[in-house]
Design a protein around this ligand. Structure first.
Ligand SMILES: [Zn+2]
Length: 244
Protein backbone atom coordinates (compact mmCIF):
# COMPACT_ATOMS: atom_id res chain seq x y z
CA UNK A 1 0.00 0.00 0.00
CA UNK A 2 2.64 2.53 0.95
CA UNK A 3 4.69 2.00 -2.23
CA UNK A 4 1.69 2.12 -4.61
CA UNK A 5 3.52 -0.28 -6.95
CA UNK A 6 0.06 -1.74 -7.47
CA UNK A 7 -3.29 -0.07 -6.79
CA UNK A 8 -4.98 -0.56 -3.45
CA UNK A 9 -8.61 0.40 -4.00
CA UNK A 10 -10.12 -3.07 -3.59
CA UNK A 11 -12.47 -4.40 -6.27
CA UNK A 12 -15.99 -4.06 -7.58
CA UNK A 13 -18.44 -6.86 -8.31
CA UNK A 14 -21.17 -6.14 -10.83
CA UNK A 15 -23.96 -8.70 -10.67
CA UNK A 16 -27.61 -8.59 -11.74
CA UNK A 17 -29.22 -6.14 -9.29
CA UNK A 18 -26.07 -5.52 -7.25
CA UNK A 19 -22.99 -3.36 -7.75
CA UNK A 20 -20.81 -4.04 -4.74
CA UNK A 21 -17.62 -2.13 -3.90
CA UNK A 22 -15.35 -4.27 -1.74
CA UNK A 23 -12.61 -3.02 0.59
CA UNK A 24 -12.19 0.55 -0.69
CA UNK A 25 -8.58 1.21 0.28
CA UNK A 26 -6.35 4.14 -0.76
CA UNK A 27 -6.98 5.29 -4.32
CA UNK A 28 -10.33 3.56 -4.79
CA UNK A 29 -12.16 6.54 -6.21
CA UNK A 30 -9.34 7.65 -8.52
CA UNK A 31 -8.69 4.10 -9.74
CA UNK A 32 -12.39 3.73 -10.50
CA UNK A 33 -12.34 6.88 -12.64
CA UNK A 34 -9.07 5.93 -14.36
CA UNK A 35 -10.64 2.58 -15.26
CA UNK A 36 -13.48 4.47 -16.94
CA UNK A 37 -16.10 3.29 -14.46
CA UNK A 38 -18.75 5.29 -12.68
CA UNK A 39 -17.92 6.25 -9.10
CA UNK A 40 -21.58 6.64 -8.13
CA UNK A 41 -23.06 3.50 -9.68
CA UNK A 42 -22.69 1.54 -6.45
CA UNK A 43 -25.48 -0.19 -4.51
CA UNK A 44 -23.45 -1.53 -1.61
CA UNK A 45 -20.06 -1.19 0.06
CA UNK A 46 -18.34 -3.95 2.02
CA UNK A 47 -15.42 -3.42 4.43
CA UNK A 48 -13.90 -6.68 5.65
CA UNK A 49 -11.91 -5.29 8.59
CA UNK A 50 -10.37 -2.23 10.16
CA UNK A 51 -6.97 -2.10 8.45
CA UNK A 52 -6.37 0.98 6.30
CA UNK A 53 -5.63 -0.87 3.05
CA UNK A 54 -9.27 -2.02 3.24
CA UNK A 55 -11.16 1.01 4.52
CA UNK A 56 -9.51 4.42 3.97
CA UNK A 57 -11.93 5.47 1.22
CA UNK A 58 -15.05 3.95 2.79
CA UNK A 59 -16.48 7.40 3.60
CA UNK A 60 -15.58 8.69 0.14
CA UNK A 61 -17.44 5.75 -1.43
CA UNK A 62 -20.45 6.36 0.83
CA UNK A 63 -20.52 9.91 -0.50
CA UNK A 64 -20.35 8.58 -4.07
CA UNK A 65 -23.09 6.00 -3.45
CA UNK A 66 -25.36 8.63 -1.89
CA UNK A 67 -24.51 11.34 -4.47
CA UNK A 68 -22.69 13.53 -2.01
CA UNK A 69 -25.10 12.70 0.78
CA UNK A 70 -28.14 14.01 -1.12
CA UNK A 71 -29.86 10.61 -1.44
CA UNK A 72 -30.48 8.20 1.38
CA UNK A 73 -29.60 5.08 -0.58
CA UNK A 74 -27.46 1.96 -0.60
CA UNK A 75 -26.12 -0.50 1.87
CA UNK A 76 -22.96 -0.32 3.96
CA UNK A 77 -21.75 -3.67 5.27
CA UNK A 78 -18.71 -4.25 7.40
CA UNK A 79 -17.07 -6.14 10.21
CA UNK A 80 -18.19 -5.17 13.70
CA UNK A 81 -14.95 -3.26 14.09
CA UNK A 82 -15.58 -1.29 10.90
CA UNK A 83 -19.18 -0.39 11.74
CA UNK A 84 -19.31 -0.12 15.53
CA UNK A 85 -15.69 -0.25 16.63
CA UNK A 86 -14.24 -3.09 18.67
CA UNK A 87 -11.77 -3.29 21.52
CA UNK A 88 -10.09 -6.21 23.25
CA UNK A 89 -6.69 -7.13 24.68
CA UNK A 90 -5.14 -7.18 21.20
CA UNK A 91 -6.10 -3.60 20.32
CA UNK A 92 -8.67 -0.95 19.59
CA UNK A 93 -10.22 -1.17 16.10
CA UNK A 94 -12.46 1.23 14.15
CA UNK A 95 -15.11 2.36 13.58
CA UNK A 96 -13.95 3.32 10.09
CA UNK A 97 -16.80 5.70 9.24
CA UNK A 98 -17.95 8.79 11.10
CA UNK A 99 -21.35 9.16 12.79
CA UNK A 100 -22.25 11.53 9.94
CA UNK A 101 -21.46 8.96 7.22
CA UNK A 102 -23.36 6.27 9.11
CA UNK A 103 -26.54 8.25 8.56
CA UNK A 104 -26.15 8.56 4.77
CA UNK A 105 -26.80 5.03 3.43
CA UNK A 106 -30.23 3.47 3.59
CA UNK A 107 -28.86 0.66 5.76
CA UNK A 108 -25.67 0.11 7.75
CA UNK A 109 -25.04 -3.40 9.06
CA UNK A 110 -22.18 -4.72 11.18
CA UNK A 111 -21.63 -8.42 10.55
CA UNK A 112 -20.02 -11.27 12.46
CA UNK A 113 -19.13 -14.62 10.84
CA UNK A 114 -22.37 -16.52 10.10
CA UNK A 115 -24.57 -13.40 9.93
CA UNK A 116 -26.65 -12.98 6.78
CA UNK A 117 -28.02 -10.04 4.85
CA UNK A 118 -30.77 -10.35 2.27
CA UNK A 119 -30.09 -8.47 -0.94
CA UNK A 120 -32.53 -7.47 -3.70
CA UNK A 121 -31.23 -10.50 -5.62
CA UNK A 122 -29.67 -13.15 -3.40
CA UNK A 123 -27.99 -12.97 -0.02
CA UNK A 124 -24.62 -12.32 1.57
CA UNK A 125 -23.23 -14.30 4.49
CA UNK A 126 -20.24 -13.12 6.53
CA UNK A 127 -17.44 -15.71 6.74
CA UNK A 128 -14.74 -16.25 9.36
CA UNK A 129 -11.13 -15.06 9.18
CA UNK A 130 -8.01 -15.43 11.31
CA UNK A 131 -6.28 -12.07 11.13
CA UNK A 132 -5.02 -9.12 13.20
CA UNK A 133 -8.49 -7.59 13.54
CA UNK A 134 -10.34 -10.28 15.55
CA UNK A 135 -13.71 -9.25 14.05
CA UNK A 136 -12.51 -9.44 10.40
CA UNK A 137 -14.80 -11.18 7.91
CA UNK A 138 -15.02 -12.32 4.30
CA UNK A 139 -18.26 -13.14 2.50
CA UNK A 140 -20.20 -15.70 0.55
CA UNK A 141 -22.51 -14.05 -1.93
CA UNK A 142 -25.28 -16.29 -3.20
CA UNK A 143 -27.08 -15.10 -6.30
CA UNK A 144 -28.90 -16.66 -9.24
CA UNK A 145 -25.79 -17.98 -11.00
CA UNK A 146 -24.01 -19.45 -7.98
CA UNK A 147 -21.82 -18.55 -5.01
CA UNK A 148 -18.95 -16.07 -4.94
CA UNK A 149 -16.57 -16.44 -2.01
CA UNK A 150 -14.24 -13.63 -0.89
CA UNK A 151 -11.77 -14.68 1.79
CA UNK A 152 -10.89 -11.25 3.20
CA UNK A 153 -7.50 -11.13 4.94
CA UNK A 154 -6.95 -14.43 6.72
CA UNK A 155 -4.58 -17.23 7.47
CA UNK A 156 -5.55 -20.66 6.13
CA UNK A 157 -7.77 -22.07 8.89
CA UNK A 158 -10.33 -24.88 8.93
CA UNK A 159 -13.35 -22.56 8.71
CA UNK A 160 -12.38 -21.54 5.17
CA UNK A 161 -12.85 -24.96 3.61
CA UNK A 162 -16.63 -25.00 4.18
CA UNK A 163 -16.88 -21.52 2.67
CA UNK A 164 -15.21 -22.45 -0.61
CA UNK A 165 -16.64 -25.97 -0.91
CA UNK A 166 -19.62 -25.08 -3.17
CA UNK A 167 -18.38 -21.72 -4.48
CA UNK A 168 -18.29 -21.09 -8.23
CA UNK A 169 -15.90 -18.15 -8.04
CA UNK A 170 -13.35 -17.41 -5.31
CA UNK A 171 -11.49 -14.16 -4.68
CA UNK A 172 -8.53 -14.91 -2.46
CA UNK A 173 -6.21 -12.48 -0.69
CA UNK A 174 -2.71 -13.91 -1.03
CA UNK A 175 0.17 -11.81 0.24
CA UNK A 176 3.27 -13.89 -0.43
CA UNK A 177 4.46 -16.34 -3.11
CA UNK A 178 5.38 -19.99 -2.72
CA UNK A 179 5.39 -21.33 0.84
CA UNK A 180 6.49 -18.00 2.33
CA UNK A 181 3.81 -17.66 4.98
CA UNK A 182 3.25 -14.51 7.04
CA UNK A 183 1.06 -14.40 10.14
CA UNK A 184 -2.61 -13.74 9.44
CA UNK A 185 -2.29 -14.12 5.66
CA UNK A 186 -2.10 -16.80 2.99
CA UNK A 187 0.75 -17.66 0.64
CA UNK A 188 0.44 -19.44 -2.72
CA UNK A 189 0.83 -22.88 -1.10
CA UNK A 190 -2.15 -22.14 1.21
CA UNK A 191 -4.29 -21.10 -1.74
CA UNK A 192 -3.52 -24.39 -3.51
CA UNK A 193 -4.57 -26.30 -0.39
CA UNK A 194 -7.79 -24.27 -0.11
CA UNK A 195 -8.74 -24.52 -3.78
CA UNK A 196 -8.27 -28.30 -3.78
CA UNK A 197 -11.17 -28.59 -1.32
CA UNK A 198 -13.63 -26.91 -3.66
CA UNK A 199 -15.88 -29.05 -5.83
CA UNK A 200 -17.77 -26.45 -7.90
CA UNK A 201 -15.04 -23.91 -8.41
CA UNK A 202 -14.68 -22.54 -11.96
CA UNK A 203 -12.44 -19.56 -11.39
CA UNK A 204 -10.09 -18.13 -8.78
CA UNK A 205 -8.93 -14.52 -8.64
CA UNK A 206 -5.91 -13.75 -6.50
CA UNK A 207 -5.32 -10.26 -5.12
CA UNK A 208 -3.80 -8.30 -2.18
CA UNK A 209 -0.18 -8.85 -3.24
CA UNK A 210 2.75 -7.97 -0.99
CA UNK A 211 6.10 -6.74 -2.36
CA UNK A 212 7.64 -10.23 -2.56
CA UNK A 213 4.64 -11.36 -4.59
CA UNK A 214 4.95 -8.36 -6.91
CA UNK A 215 8.66 -9.10 -7.39
CA UNK A 216 8.18 -12.74 -8.45
CA UNK A 217 5.06 -11.87 -10.45
CA UNK A 218 1.49 -12.69 -9.43
CA UNK A 219 0.89 -14.16 -12.91
CA UNK A 220 3.52 -16.83 -12.25
CA UNK A 221 1.86 -17.73 -8.95
CA UNK A 222 -1.56 -17.82 -10.62
CA UNK A 223 -0.24 -20.29 -13.20
CA UNK A 224 1.18 -22.43 -10.45
CA UNK A 225 -2.17 -22.55 -8.62
CA UNK A 226 -3.91 -23.40 -11.89
CA UNK A 227 -1.40 -26.16 -12.70
CA UNK A 228 -1.65 -27.77 -9.27
CA UNK A 229 -5.44 -27.53 -8.84
CA UNK A 230 -6.82 -27.62 -12.39
CA UNK A 231 -8.92 -24.51 -11.64
CA UNK A 232 -8.56 -21.44 -13.84
CA UNK A 233 -6.66 -18.82 -11.82
CA UNK A 234 -6.35 -15.15 -12.68
CA UNK A 235 -4.07 -12.48 -11.23
CA UNK A 236 -6.10 -9.45 -12.34
CA UNK A 237 -4.45 -6.34 -13.75
CA UNK A 238 -5.32 -3.05 -12.13
CA UNK A 239 -8.27 -1.32 -13.72
CA UNK A 240 -9.32 -4.30 -15.87
CA UNK A 241 -12.73 -5.96 -15.80
CA UNK A 242 -13.10 -9.77 -15.82
CA UNK A 243 -16.04 -12.04 -16.40
CA UNK A 244 -16.91 -14.14 -13.37
ZN1 LIG B 1 -5.50 -6.68 7.17
Amino acid sequence: MITQKRRTGGFRLELPGLRLQVDPGPGCLLSTRLAGRSTTAVDAIFVSHSHPDHYTEAEVLIEAMTRGGTRNRGLFLGSRSAVEGYRDGSGDYGPVISAYHRELPERVVGLSPGDEVRLPEGRLEATPTEHGDPTGIGFRLEYEDGVIYYTGDTALVDGLFDCIEDAMTAIVNVVRPGSDRIRGHMCTRDVIELVREASELERVFITHFGMKMIRVGPGREARRIERETGVETIAPRDGRAYRI
